[in-house]
Design a protein around this ligand. Structure first.
Ligand SMILES: [Zn+2]
Length: 496
């Protein structure tokens, strides 16, 4: 540890001990991995005031990003149904009938794609500061802005949006407001503001200013006001809810002031939507969901109005008298979106993917990889291509396959056979090889499994600690008894 660590509080020292412990155990230490496996640790780090952050915590522990292990979770959980996917957009559209935007608005903290997927999409840009995390997280965002601040780069929103636009956009996505971000890293927003705060507008002052400009013969449409004074324009819409309201208050006709005619809303009521859907059908245009949102016959206005009025596209279709299941197109029939060919995976990358899948707790059977919600066709393809079979790929990745096979056997393990023998003994049921195969309480599965696992039934009884001599004796006696019985029968038959 460094000499600077003497100034650390006891909580910070505890955190460092925990980080070093994880590092010793070769655990990944990037933010997304910690979010998944040790969320509390991350929370503790970001609770510390003044701002500390994950990057500084690692530095205090004597680690830096080049020396830590980095893994990215491959799956993101849908908060509506708790299933896991690499991206949610398609699932939300087809399964829950909602748009990703509506989902993101409902669940502010939820991600729409897995960290591994978003890392693929995040392309390194020429920014003032190179990235050290592979994907965006709220924690990384704070670390990054703090680092910029420490390096003396101005963190006022104008500068950041110009020089590190992705950072600026993610700040709005995660925190909603730039000032919230600045306060989180302990920077007073007032100190980074470039311009002094503008004058405070009242309703009267806004009306007066616009009236004055009108009297002087200037244009007073909303665009002209924005160009003249941005503060006045934003105060105007805030105080009067819409720009047209101001014009009406000034006894002006908004239609005459406006330079571009207002776009007419084609669909206002439920009937409009139903009529439009029927019209599409008569024109021979498709009315399944993706046809409305993508492709040449799309109609975003109709779609969003239908969602607004009916809740789901399915409800709108059914209100129009169509059977949704018949008009629906299955995902594999949907129009192919233009997509670049995914890069081919090497054997080593395939093994890494298998390990990550195993770590995230997804079933590892060949069936699970090829069918159902956990299917991963690309992974399966490369596993078979490089290793010959799924099983061999798992062996190469040193993943213990056995626990993932759901056993349908009644006695899958040695212990279960021993347990069954003990239970039979306790309840007084026959344990002779004959009794177990043919007796009234027969259990030929147990017998066969015992033979398979132990080689002989005697060995199975011995392993279960049963008094095998007793049963062995009975075993030998039994055929003799049968002979005696036959004799007796024969004798009784022969004797009149
Ligand atoms: Zn879901």
């Amino acid at each position: 540890m460094h000499a600077a660590n003497e100034k650390l509080t006891s909580i910070q020292k505890k955190i460092i001990v925990e980080i070093l412990r994880l590092h010793r155990h070769k655990r990944p230490l990037n933010i997304s991995a910690i979010r998944q496996h040790n969320p509390k640790l991350l929370l503790d780090v970001y609770r510390i005031k003044p701002f500390w952050g994950w990057k500084q915590a690692l530095q205090s522990a004597g680690l830096d990003y080049s020396s830590i292990k980095i893994t990215l979770p491959e799956y993101v959980t849908c908060l509506l149904c708790n299933r896991r996917f690499s991206t949610l957009a398609k699932h939300l559209r087809y399964f829950h009938q909602i748009s990703p935007q509506a989902y993101a608005a409902d669940y502010k903290v939820a991600d729409l794609c897995s960290p591994a997927y978003s890392a693929l999409k995040t392309r390194p840009k020429n920014t003032a500061l190179p990235h050290w995390e592979p994907n965006w997280t709220p924690e990384y965002l704070l670390d990054r802005i703090y680092e910029l601040h420490v390096r003396g780069i101005s963190v006022n929103p104008v500068n950041i949006s110009k020089n590190d636009n992705a950072c600026y956009r993610w700040a709005h996505r995660y925190f909603g407001n730039w000032n919230v971000v600045l306060r989180a890293i302990g920077v007073d927003p007032q100190t980074v503001r470039q311009r002094p705060r503008g004058r405070r507008w009242t309703r009267q002052a806004v009306l007066h200013a616009i009236k004055e400009r009108h009297a002087k013969g200037y244009l007073i449409n909303s665009k002209a006001i924005v160009d003249y004074d941005r503060g006045l324009a934003s105060a105007a819409t805030k105080l009067f809810r819409s720009y047209d309201n101001i014009l009406r208050t000034l006894c002006l006709d908004p239609r005459k002031v406006r330079l571009t005619p207002m776009r007419l809303h084609r669909y206002k009521t439920k009937d409009d939507v139903i009529n439009a859907i029927c019209k599409r059908r008569l024109e021979g245009k498709p009315i399944y969901l993706t046809a409305l949102t993508h492709g040449s016959a799309r109609n975003g206005e109709l779609f969003s109005k239908a969602i607004c009025l009916f809740g789901t596209w399915k409800a709108a279709i059914e209100a129009s008298g169509f059977n949704y299941d018949k008009i629906r197109i299955m995902p594999n029939q949907a129009p192919k979106m233009r997509r670049s060919k995914p890069p081919t995976k090497t054997a080593e990358e395939t093994l890494e993917m298998l390990r990550r899948r195993h770590e995230s707790g997804v079933p590892m059977t060949a069936l699970a990889a090829s069918k159902g919600i956990h299917a991963d066709h690309s992974l399966r393809h490369y596993a078979i291509k490089h290793f010959g079979s799924w099983l061999k790929a798992l062996q190469a990745a040193e993943i213990n396959y056995a626990p993932h096979i759901p056993s349908r056997l009644r006695y899958p393990t040695m212990d279960s056979v021993i347990q069954a023998i003990k239970t039979r003994e306790k309840t007084g049921r026959s344990l002779t090889s004959r009794g177990i195969r043919l007796g009234p309480h027969r259990d030929s599965t147990l017998y066969k499994t015992g033979l398979n696992i132990f080689g002989s039934w005697m060995a199975a009884l011995e392993a279960a600690g049963s008094n095998c001599g007793r049963y062995a004796g009975e075993d030998h006696q039994e055929p003799r008894k049968r002979h005696l019985k036959c004799y007796a029968d024969g004798m009784s038959q022969n004797c009149p």
